[in-house]
Design a protein around this ligand. Structure first.
Ligand code: GLN
Length: 488
């Protein structure tokens, strides 16, 4: 019953094609919308909103850039879309992405790759992924704000490649009801815009961060929200009272020298503006990428099991097939290669023979990563009690004590990506592993559930933008955004 054919409206489709960036999904409005719009909040101001194609909308199909969901129109709307409509949003279209959010260049899509508007005429470069269409939509002025999802960097990476602001909220802050899950323990829905202000306004002026959603079991309760908010300073102090940490492990050999210089220049500029800059060590950083790709694939393999041609998704071609044949035909034809790869990887890592060596180890790494972050931030993580007497933790702490220094920073500053946007034709030739490498700086904050923003560095040195990432303690989102505004 959830599947209705979407009727493309010709004028809508033409509008999207005019820019040749393939950032909007070529599917027209469904008429009439399936539910009445929510009443406007007192502080609502009209704005144009682009919505990633894995977020359910009443007036457009939601297909996750996947063949298996072709023609799928959701019978309900995502909470975040309704919340933004109540704040004045008009949905202008659905944006292109990597299928189910799996990818780093918005190339794994039935609609074809998204092209970065900063490309030279004959040499298309990556717009980043998986929310590439959302970032391009705001950078071309087709939308004022765009919704994306960030599991391991899918908002920050496209923001970095296109010069946008990309905000990944604290895990559990913004409702994911109506957002097609990829890896539940990592998924967040967040915002992309050209400037920080429209995003900050949604949080500060219209209190988007305060709304619990009973439909999303991972949405923090009102009581916990209040407790977390009390744990964070309400406003951003003067620069002289702020400390920004430079995580030394992010200075990897593969980091592009121009990006390294831009990062250092941004730190110097902050220092000149009175901010204290200190080096910090997050020793578990180098394990984060492996842990992420194990956990994300494991959760994805479980999430995507529902697309079996019976309950959800377009059914495989042979009408008389049943059972395993029906499933394999449906999935074989409906999923793209990268999605299949993740399902196989994830299923393997959850199998009894591999579970202990892969999945369980990755969970342990995840805990250590969170602990690393908690140690360097001045604020305590409001979700967890201060360290209990855990002997193995204490031994690890002692071994690393001289490397780390005391907990003291308000924010961490790093590049968002280790390299500039690659050419699309190179991306299409390279292996998936190369694409995974681009997430090396974004996945640690994802694993720890922390808020992070990518913003374009002020630099005259390069033709292409360099994204800088600010990470903050859990629920310190407004100060992270405030700091991003100061830095931009
Ligand atoms: N590139 C990462 C992946 O493919 C991140 C994706 C995301 O954040 N949705 O898993």
């Amino acid at each position: 019953a959830a599947i209705r054919a979407a009727q493309p409206q010709q004028d809508q489709c033409r509008r999207w094609q005019s820019t040749d960036c393939n950032h909007f999904v070529d599917s027209g409005k469904i008429e009439p919308p399936t539910s009445p719009p929510p009443p406007l909040l007192p502080r609502a101001r009209p704005f144009r909103l682009a919505v990633k194609d894995n977020i359910a909308t009443a007036d457009f199909p939601t297909q996750c850039a996947s063949r298996i969901l072709l023609g799928h129109a959701s019978p309900f709307e995502a909470t975040i879309v309704r919340q933004l409509r109540a704040r004045g949003a008009e949905v202008v279209g659905k944006t292109n992405m990597d299928e189910f959010g799996m990818g780093s260049h918005s190339t794994n899509s039935i609609h074809g790759p998204v092209r970065n508007p900063l490309s030279e005429p004959d040499d298309a470069i990556s717009a980043g992924g998986s929310s590439g269409g959302s970032a391009v939509a705001v950078m071309l002025g087709d939308a004022d704000v765009a919704l994306g999802t960030d599991t391991g960097g899918s908002i920050r990476l496209p923001a970095s490649y296109t010069g946008a602001i990309g905000y990944r909220p604290s895990y559990g802050m913004l409702s994911r009801f109506g957002v097609f899950p990829y890896a539940n323990s990592l998924d967040t829905v967040g915002l992309i815009a050209r400037e920080v202000r429209p995003i900050l306004d949604l949080l500060v002026d219209t209190r988007l961060d305060e709304e619990h959603d009973p439909n999303d079991p991972t949405s923090l309760s009102s009581a916990t929200r209040q407790r977390c908010a009390r744990a964070c300073p309400p406003t951003l102090h003067d620069n002289s009272q702020l400390t920004v940490g430079i995580p030394l492990e992010y200075n990897i050999a593969e980091l592009d020298p121009a990006i390294r210089r831009t990062w250092a220049a941004a730190a110097s500029a902050l220092q000149s503006a009175g901010v204290n800059i200190v080096p910090v060590s997050l020793p578990s950083t180098k394990e984060a990428l492996c842990a992420y790709y194990l956990l994300a694939a494991a959760e994805a393999s479980s999430n995507l099991a529902k697309y079996d041609g019976v309950r959800y998704g377009v059914r495989g071609s042979r009408g008389d097939a049943s059972g395993d044949t029906l499933y394999s035909e449906t999935r074989g034809a409906g999923f793209g290669d990268e999605v299949k790869r993740r399902i196989l990887l994830g299923t393997y890592s959850l199998s009894s023979e591999a579970m202990d060596n892969y999945f369980i180890q990755a969970q342990k790494v995840r805990r250590v990563i969170r602990r690393d972050f908690d140690r360097v931030f001045r604020l305590a993580n409001p979700l967890y009690e201060p360290a209990q007497f855990d002997l193995s933790d204490m031994a690890a702490d002692m071994a690393l004590e001289d490397k780390r220094g005391p907990a003291q920073v308000d924010f961490l500053l790093s590049p968002t990506t280790p390299s500039f946007p690659p050419r699309l034709r190179d991306v299409l030739q390279k292996s998936s592993l190369d694409a995974y490498m681009n997430d090396v700086f974004t996945v640690p904050a994802s694993l720890a559930g922390l808020p992070a923003v990518s913003l374009p560095a002020r630099t005259g040195e390069n033709r292409l933008p360099v994204g800088l990432q600010l990470i903050g303690q859990y629920w310190d989102d407004k100060r992270v955004l405030g700091m991003a505004e100061r830095l931009k």
